[in-house]
Design a protein around this ligand. Structure first.
Ligand code: ADP
Ligand code: MG
Length: 340
């Protein structure tokens, strides 16, 4: 009998590793293949960067509360975030679209309004794509091409012991925004006359519906003369993405719970929904902030940037990633949270 292995037994990352094992690049200009936020292609003067992401209705977004215009914006921002994570500059995007007959021409217009806005904000050109039909709602994939000077590229696998760990912005907001939107959806389904209770929650809702790629920080690091020693964007959550940096760099890390940047609205929403705010910050995805390391000598150049928080440091203890809690205990971080 043929063997059948469930994908769930490997998980997403295990599956990608398995695919990666069977693939070898052969062209001299394919500098980096599977394994980072974007592939790296030698263009001579510079490196080209190529990344792609896919978003499915019912898996990645729920159109009962996700306005199409925002969705268009978010998808472009998410793609660009992977270019930012290489310390690169995005240039061109392509969009693949699969639509069921539930969608009208006007709906597609709305989606593209959001995409055009994102293209303008991030200064990229939408240069192509593909359109087809779908039996299961809306499917969108985005590919982004970018570039970076060869000596400025930031990989995931080059963090060094004693480097400082930095994150941009604040964490856990997109996750809490999603929890609130889902709660309101349930309330609305139970009683369509109920008005949504989202007052004072605009920031976390916006974090979910309209995230930004942190190109601003990429430019500010450049102006400060700082090249991250490693970088990844926070799409899956701080814990999971920090584990990627550590595993791929062959290092460990210590982060401090009290240093995690968490917005007031994230705290409020977390306590309202009985979720630990630190849990949201560590495991909530879709913040699209940057997690990066710098050598200690870069501290002076960026310490006054209000967009950057120092949350810990890299150690030489391979694979050991620890959280120092506010209660002064040390717990190992896992992708799902931590084993307290
Ligand atoms: P990100 O969250 O930054 O978009 P992913 O975790 O999706 O990164 O992907 C990690 C790496 O695996 C990337 O280099 C990506 O190009 C690669 N990858 C993901 N899925 C596939 C696939 N089906 N085939 C080949 N490479 C893949
Ligand atoms: Mg990424």
């Amino acid at each position: 009998m043929e063997t059948r292995t469930e994908i769930s037994s490997l998980g997403e990352f295990g599956l990608i590793q398995r695919i990666n094992k069977g693939i070898r690049t052969t062209l001299p200009e394919s500098v980096r293949g599977i394994g980072d936020d974007a592939a790296v292609i030698d263009l001579g003067e510079e490196f080209g960067l190529l990344t792609s992401d896919m978003f499915l209705e019912g898996i990645h977004f729920d159109l009962t509360f996700f306005p199409l215009k925002h969705l268009g914006y978010k998808i472009i921002a998410a793609g660009i975030s992977d270019i930012a994570a290489m310390n690169g500059i995005p240039r061109q995007v392509t969009i693949n679209l699969a639509l069921s007959n539930r969608f009208s021409v006007e709906a597609v217009d709305e989606l593209y309004e959001g995409m055009k806005l994102a293209c303008k904000d991030f200064n990229v050109d939408l240069v192509g794509g593909d359109t087809t039909s779908s039996r299961s709602g809306l499917i969108i994939s985005v590919s982004v091409f970018g570039k970076v000077k060869k000596d400025k590229i930031a990989y995931r696998n080059t963090a060094q012991p004693n480097d400082l760990l930095c994150v941009t912005g604040d964490l856990g907001g997109a996750y809490m925004g999603l929890q609130l939107l889902e709660r309101e959806k349930q309330v609305f389904l139970a009683n369509p006359n109920m008005q949504p209770e989202l007052e004072g929650k605009d920031y976390v809702i916006q974090r979910q519906l309209r995230p930004e790629a942190r190109m601003d920080v990429v430019y500010e690091l450049d102006e400060a003369g700082v090249i991250p020693t490693s970088m990844i964007d926070l799409s899956d959550g701080l814990a999971s993405d920090l584990l990627h940096i550590c595993a791929q760099s062959g290092v460990g890390a210590v982060i401090f719970e009290e240093r995690l940047p968490i917005d007031e609205q994230t705290y409020l929403a977390a306590s309202e929904l009985n979720i630990g705010a630190a849990t949201a910050a560590l495991n909530g995805g879709e913040d699209y902030e940057l997690l990066f390391t710098v050598s200690q000598s870069a501290y002076e150049q960026i310490k006054n940037n209000p967009k950057i928080t120092f949350i810990g440091y890299i150690t030489d203890k391979k694979g050991e990633v620890e959280l120092h809690t506010k209660g002064d205990s040390r717990v190992p971080l896992t992708a799902q949270g931590w084993n307290a």
